[in-house]
Design a protein. Structure first.
Length: 410
């Protein structure tokens, strides 16, 4: 694991390349941010000194505002769709594994203003920590106020207000303030909204005891005991080692399971110091980083190489010009061939037209030499000269034409 040392003694543990869209602003000294694995869309501002933010695996879409010697612990594989954590006045927020938080959810350890007793002028609204177990479902619009302990397997309905009290495991709460609606339940991440009728019938009964919690005094991590331990520690590093060893490495299912009238004020179970087995690659960002070696200069070509390159370029251009000439020449030949073909087609058409005219002319000549044609022509002439004895002349002309016609037939 990497360990980044920044200005004013602030430290980041984890692989920063796996943190997508991370916004982190240290405004104090000697604070620690610890990333177990990857995260996405996290924005955090840390005011004051010796604060600790511990982010488990696969955490996304949260805003964090921390002040003073506070601690925020978020376990593995919890889903968020827009949650704000305000860890104020040196208090703590703990949230276990596999929690499911909707959008527009706020958690705050402090009121926004001071409230005092009118007789003594003493403050009466001190800040308190918030503890949330494993597999807790918060619907949209939930507000979790200071002093709330929400045990594992709990459900908070939409727009509920969780106040300074204990909320028991496997129980549904809703309202403002939230009150018990139903107990002896468990919930699953399965989404039934897209079920068909057949799928609904198949999921009437959900097998398994994974989300049924039981109280075990030997495993229970009492929020009061956690609080007392953290209050005894001074530095962020001490707090980190404690939450890593006692909280994060504790894999007991019922560590935050709690029910009514069960023992609450009990000591923490014994735990091993597993943090000391971790190895870190320390990166001190406050020290000047070594300057990377300058890139080797690119070898420059000699005059002879440049001349050879120039000649090759000219030769290549000439080859392209010749190729273009060949292409243009072929195009010109093709154009001439098309023109010749067009002229041949026109000539052939003209020859056909002339042949047709000759045939028609010959037919006309044959018609003109026909006996009927000649008699008709003589009759027309006789009609035009009737007053000069044209019809009498027609008789003699007709005899002449007939005799000539008979001669041509012999």
């Amino acid at each position: 694991m990497q360990k980044y040392i920044r200005e004013n003694g602030n430290i980041i543990y984890g692989d920063l390349s796996k943190q997508v869209n991370l916004k982190l602003d240290f405004k104090g000294n000697n604070n620690i941010v610890f990333f177990v694995g990857s995260s996405r869309d996290i924005s955090m501002v840390i005011h004051g000194n010796n604060g600790l933010i511990f982010i488990g695996q696969n955490v996304a879409k949260i805003n964090i505002n921390m002040v003073g010697e506070s601690v925020l612990f978020i376990g593995d594989n919890s889903s968020f769709w827009g949650v704000t954590f305000r860890v104020l006045e040196s208090k703590y927020i703990f949230l276990g594994n596999d929690c499911m938080f909707s959008w527009n959810i706020n958690l705050e350890t402090s009121d926004h203003h001071t409230i005092c007793d009118i007789l003594t002028n003493n403050r009466i609204n001190f800040s308190k920590s918030i503890y949330i177990g494993d597999h807790v479902w918060c619907a949209q619009g939930v507000m979790i106020a200071k002093g709330a302990f929400i045990a594992s397997g709990t459900m908070l309905g939409a727009n509920s207000l969780a106040v300074s009290k204990k909320y028991y495991s496997n129980t549904v709460y809703a309202g403002s303030p939230a009150r018990e609606i139903k107990k002896d339940i468990f919930w699953s991440r399965k989404y039934p909204g897209n079920y068909t009728k057949e799928q609904t019938q198949l999921n009437i009964n959900i097998q398994g005891d994974d989300f049924k919690y039981t109280y075990n005094q030997n495993e229970f991590l009492s929020p009061k005991a956690i609080e007392e331990k953290l209050d005894s520690l001074n530095t962020a590093q001490e707090k980190l080692e404690f939450v890593y060893n006692a909280i994060y490495c504790n894999k007991n299912k019922n560590r935050f399971a709690y029910f009514k009238d069960m023992p609450y004020d009990i000591p923490l179970p014994k735990y091993e110091n597993k943090f000391k087995s971790l190895t870190f690659e320390e990166i001190d960002e406050t020290k000047p980083q070594p300057t990377p070696p300058a890139p080797k200069p690119t070898p420059q070509p000699t005059p002879q190489e440049l001349e050879i390159k120039s000649l090759k370029d000219k030769l290549s251009q000439k080859e392209k010009d010749i190729n273009n000439l060949d292409i243009n020449h072929k195009k010109a030949l093709t154009s001439q061939e098309l023109e010749i073909k067009s002229l041949k087609e026109a000539l052939s058409k003209k020859e056909k037209d002339i042949s047709s005219l000759e045939i028609n002319y010959q037919k006309a000549l044959n018609t003109k030499n026909h006996l009927s044609y000649k008699l008709g022509e003589a009759l027309i002439k006789a009609n035009k000269n009737w007053y000069k004895g044209g019809y009498i002349k027609f008789i003699f002309e007709a005899i002449k034409i007939k005799n000539e016609h008979n001669k041509t037939k012999i």
